[in-house]
Each structure stands twice: as C-alpha cells, then as structure tokens.
Ligand binder design. Sequence first.
Ligand code: PMP
Ligand code: GLN
Length: 392
Amino acid sequence: MGSTTLPQPNPVFGGLGTTIFTVMSALALEHKAVNLGQGFPDEDGPLSIREAAARALIDGPNQYAPMPGMPVLRQALARHAKRHYDLDLDWEREICVTSGATEAIADCLMALLGPGDEAILIDPAYDSYRPIVEAVGAKTVGVKLDEKAWGLPLDAIAAAVTSRTKLVMINSPHNPSGRVFSRGELEGLAEILRTRNLLLVCDEVYEHLTFDGVAHIPLITLPGMRERTVRIGSAGKIFSITGWKVGWITGPAALIGTIMKAHQFVTFTTSPALQIGVAHGLDHEQDWYLALPKELQKRRDILIGGLQAAGFRTMPCEGTYFVTADFAPLGINEGDVAFAKRLTAAQGVTSIPLSVFYGADAPQHYIRFAFCKAQATVEEALRRLKAQRIGS
Ligand code: PMP
Ligand code: GLN
C-alpha cells in the first residue's frame, strides 16, 4: 500500500488565499457596509446592448461560436481600434475574443512564458497576474510604482531586466493606483523594451475611463512596439457590464496565433449572444461610453473631497474606477488589511487594501475606494466616514 496522503496540489494555488475582491465583498455584506471595494458599477450599461444579446439568446446562434471569436465582434473591434487609435488590425489574424480580460491575461501569460523565464510586473499589480506567471514556472520580478505620485519607475524597470526577462506586463489606466501613464513615461518604457528586445502585455481594460482630458495612449502605437505588444480589453469596463466577461486580445498575428493556442484550451470560446451584444455596443453606443468618464469624474471629485475632509491623503487619480488613499495622516497604527476590515465592521464602509497587490515590500498604509457607484452610494459612504472618528 502506498501513502494515504493525497498528492499535494500545485503550490501556487494550494498556498493562495481567496481573492481580496471576494473577501471584502463578503465582509461588506456581513456588516451591511457601503461597498466601495470591488470595482463594479451600480448601474448597468446601455439597454440596446442588453436587448441585442437577449434577442440573440432567443433567435440564436446558441452553439459554439468560432474559437477566435465571432466575425461580427472581431470586425467591430478592428473598427474600434482604427477609430480611437488609428491602429490597423487584421480582424482574422490579430484579434482573439476571450471570456473576460481575466482569461485574456491567463492566455497571454501561459502562451508567452515558459519555465525559467522572468516577467516584470509593476507593483501594485492586478491580483491575477502573479499566480498565472508562477503557475507556468516563470518568475515574477516586481518593480514598485514611485509612492510619491505613483510614477512609473523607469530606472528600476531597466535595472530589473536580466538575460532571462521575456516580457513586461503593464496596466494603464492603472488599477489600483488610478494613474494613466503619460506619453513620456510610456516612451521611456518603450525604449527599454526595444533596446532589450522584450515582449509587452498591456492590460488596457480601462482604456475609455480617463479624466480631465488625459489621453490614454496604447503602447502598441509607439515606434517599434507593434510587433512586440499585445493589448487586452474588456467590454465589462467599456459598457458597465462587468458580469458579462467578454474580453479580447489584439496584437501582431505571430503572437496572437500562439496565444490562441492557449485560448483554445482554456475556454475555446465565449457566449455568442454576449459577443453579438458587445459588437452592437462598439458600433452603436460610442456616445454612451465616451460620456461615462464625465459622469464618473463628478463622483471621483465628490469622493476625493470627502476623503480629504475625513483626514486621508488622496493620491492622483487620472483614470479607472478607483482612488487610492493614504491613511497614515490619520495617525492609524495598523496594517492596511486590518484597517480595511475594521473600517467595514466599525464604520460600514468597504475598501480594498493595496498591500495584496505587491510581491514584496508592500507599503501598509494605502486603501482603494471605488467611485463607479451611484452618487448617493458614494455620499452615504462619506457620511459614514465623517460621522465617526476613524482612529484605531
Ligand atoms: N485587469 C484589470 C486591471 C482589472 O481591473 C480587471 C477587473 N475587472 C480585469 C483585468 C478583469 O476584467 P474582466 O472582468 O473582463 O475579466
Ligand atoms: N477588477 C475589479 C476590481 O479591481 C474586480 C474584479 C474581480 O472581482 N475579480 O475591483
């Protein structure tokens, strides 16, 4: 008889906790807190998109969509890239539709990295990146955003490149910081990628959510970047339909072809009705998605004003759904996870602690608040923060 102990699972997942978004949303429910933690809007996006998808559910098709995505959506995505970024994409070879950006991230990292490779992540990094890199046997090298104003640390990125580095993964507009990296920062990064001949995975799910006229510049549009860059997008963020999980990857045919080999065995394909709905939205609801940041910007300003009045130091927010706040000025003497949990239980306001997005040496005094909620929800959270003293 062999051992009675079952074989151990992959230590990357065996050793992982539950994602912070699930943890904090459950805690918010338990304490009836206002949930400014997990980033999902209170209001669903355009009715015409939901109607187009609902019609397709009834009328069909209801069988497997083509593995790379439905032509109607890939063609709409090619038009979208041309319209906003003057980017020419071959819709048949340079676009892959996925079940959310989460799948797209996994497909890209699984397809591009192998055992022994190194991937540079910019910390704080969205929480799905690190486990996927590690699960394929590659190593993550975290480089921290400058804490003064969440600036991109170009010198540290250049210094982190080794002979094993294969790719850099970047997210702009950046979750959780709220930064939209400037042309200067992106040109500096592009220079490193060109001179060190590296690949780039760009998570651009918040591409249309920028404020104060700040422009989002896809790195793929910079000189020498077209052949080495893949971009990830999500209908969830463009159209406030985060539950749909329709995403995509665009980039050069050589890279997309390999990434599709991962996609074909991760999900193979995505609901045809939802793809039809998103295609309709890209072609017909441009006014809606271009107006959304103006609405969100108002709520951002209300949130920032209220947080400052409550004694937080707020960090720059140029895009996304999120503002990061430093609670050190409140004289609080506990870590960010403990503080975020206490704020939920004692004040009835839920946020997300930032330290979970770091590989090492995480700062312990930042939390993230989402403002993609109804104005009344944001105001209620601020009323609760003001009503009681926050100190520990
Ligand atoms: N990347 C970032 C930076 C995100 O904030 C999110 C969260 N929505 C995702 C990827 C995942 O997007 P999706 O819901 O389309 O899987
Ligand atoms: N992207 C969302 C956020 O940052 C959450 C996504 C999720 O719950 N997995 O809040």
